[in-house]
Design a protein around this ligand. Structure first.
Ligand code: GLN
Length: 540
């Protein structure tokens, strides 16, 4: 029978519930168990696709095209749990289902209520992951205990535990234990209150994980244990990771959390941990042999979660090259507005342009492409970043000075990026974006083909606009290589410049498929190019 772990959070938001859940998943998987991961988000948006990155960080896209919470990115980086639209539910999606059912008459004349109809729907989402052969489903509940929106989810997981029995389900509550400088001590009261609130709604946590900047001593753990009604070894400290999020699983192992979970759930098929690969990754991360500086030029540069997967993929690509990657976050508007930002860009070892929507900052991104192209700085364009690379080439090499994307200037003379016929058909059917994993065929001998080491790849998309096919030959004649295309050849997926040290721009989002121990080939190749660039610059 599948076992269940529910992870809730208390005291403050942004405690790293996603990372903790992903770490638990990683540890159980490492012990040979089959794990599924899921996040239930109490907000009312149907999915985070429409939310600003300022509000919600990056939108993480799955193979099936679901636009999900960025915590699912942690799940994919830490585990091999297959993720799909079943892995992220919001209040908006749950209510949409309930209301559709009500309209169909599925409730047989009953009054539709939060309990049992909404809670049944939530429990259904959890059960759906507990398929044949799955040992553990980890369900993270978004938000913080005490939020109004969370209540139906908490009630549903309370009922769930009642139904499957104590031996098949555990509740883990993550809290903050702040250190008060003035008092010179850690404070356990917020944790006591948070657990008190959970118990009021009928959930007794089995484990309490305490995020803290200082070590909890025995008396702190005993105090929390006493007030929160758990054994003191079930109070697990999770110290702030001093240099990498990839340390979190090790902190949990130090406190034997994996072993206690295995015992408590009777997971007799669990084997011993073997964290050799993980340790090797962390050792390489801790002891780089060189350093490169990569500028990420984006509209949301000041928001550290807006390009989360890109930053992580750069770290992975760095480790694969025994290099530490210093990321310079540059606001795209500053590239067009400030001379000193342009001068700074000329000094970096690589320039990466991430994806984005809307016109703000686009001219700065196009300027950044020009700097990379003309100064022979390794360049990696992603989605909107690729579109900017195409626009820059059209303006400055093909000589179409007004070239642009119809996203920013609908009636222009040279729409080198536009909605393609295929996309218009899809748009009329209501789905306006090309989303999810799609195949790309690579050109023999291209940089991308050599990075991937094969010619058929699948990468995830999230965009409306495309390279305008009618300009294809003119770009090729002017020296741009179309290094990747859709199977029917109509959609341009990758452009490269051969007379440049490393200039690769892709219409998809490779960052979503990079893992610490399996870096994405393009990120690995990009950082390698940055290392070469730095070496050449210092040799001059
Ligand atoms: N705004 C562009 C489009 O819709 C690019 C999207 C992206 O970078 N994800 O095509």
């Amino acid at each position: 029978m599948t076992k269940h772990i529910f992870v809730t959070g208390g005291v403050v938001s942004s405690l790293g519930k996603g990372l903790t859940s992903a770490s638990i998943g990683m540890l159980l998987e490492n012990r040979g168990l089959s794990v599924r991961m899921q996040k239930l988000d109490p907000y009312i948006n149907v999915d985070p696709g429409t939310m600003s990155p300022y509000q919600h960080g990056e939108v993480y896209v799955l193979n099936d095209g679901s636009e999900t919470d960025l915590d699912l990115g942690h799940y994919e980086r830490f585990t091999h749990s297959p993720l799909s639209s079943d892995s992220n539910w919001t209040t908006g999606r749950i209510y949409t289902k309930v209301i559709e059912k009500e309209r169909r008459g599925a409730y047989l004349g009953k009054t539709v209520q939060v309990i049992p109809h909404v809670t049944d729907e939530i429990k259904g989402c959890i059960k759906r992951l507990a398929t044949e052969g799955v040992d553990v489903v980890i369900t993270e509940i978004g938000g913080t205990i005490g939020d109004i929106e969370s209540l139906p989810f908490l009630e549903a997981i309370r009922q769930f535990g009642q139904e499957v029995g104590k031996e098949n389900c555990i509740y883990i509550h993550l809290t903050l234990v702040p250190y008060l400088k003035a008092a010179g001590e850690l404070k356990t009261k917020p944790t006591q209150h948070s657990v008190g609130q959970l118990r009021q709604i009928g959930i007794q946590p089995d484990f309490i994980i305490c995020r803290s900047e200082r070590h909890l001593d025995r008396s702190d753990c005993e105090k929390i244990a006493l007030f929160c009604n758990v054994p003191s070894n079930h109070v697990v400290e999770e110290l702030d990771a001093d240099f990498s999020i990839y340390q979190v699983p090790l902190a949990l192992v130090d406190n034997k959390l994996d072993q206690m979970i295995v015992e408590r759930l009777g997971l007799t098929n669990a084997r011993a941990l073997d964290l050799t690969d993980w340790h090797n990754f962390l050792n390489a991360l801790r002891n780089p042999k060189k350093e490169v500086t990569i500028a990420v030029v984006g509209k949301y540069a000041e928001h550290k979660d807006a390009y989360k997967s890109i930053y992580e993929a750069l770290v992975h690509g760095g480790v694969a090259n025994e290099a530490s990657v210093r990321i310079l976050r540059i606001l795209s508007e500053n590239v067009s507005d400030r001379e000193e930002t342009r001068a700074l860009l000329e000094t970096v070892d690589g320039i990466l342009l991430p994806g984005g929507f809307g016109e703000r900052g686009v001219e700065g991104k196009i300027d950044a492409v020009r700097i990379a192209r003309e100064r022979n700085i390794p360049f990696f364009g992603i989605c909107l970043g690729m579109q900017c690379a195409v626009i820059e080439y059209a303006r400055n090499v093909l000589g179409f000075s007004d070239a642009n994307s119809t996203e920013f200037e609908p009636g222009i003379q040279h729409p080198v990026i536009c909605l393609m016929e295929e996309q218009r058909d899809i748009a009329e059917m209501g789905a306006t974006m090309r989303l999810g994993s799609q195949p790309t065929e690579l050109l023999v001998g291209s940089r991308s083909a050599s990075a991937y080491g094969c010619l058929d790849i699948n990468e995830r998309h999230r965009h409306r606009y495309e390279f305008n096919y009618s300009y294809r030959d003119r770009f090729i004649d002017a020296g741009m290589t179309i290094a990747g295309s859709s199977r029917n050849g109509k959609l341009v997926e990758i452009v490269e410049l051969d007379d440049h040290p490393w200039f690769v721009a892709v219409q998809f989002h490779p960052e979503f498929k990079s893992k610490p121990t399996v870096p994405h080939p393009l990120f690995k190749a990009f950082v390698a190019a940055a290392v070469r660039h730095k070496r050449n610059e210092s040799a001059e």
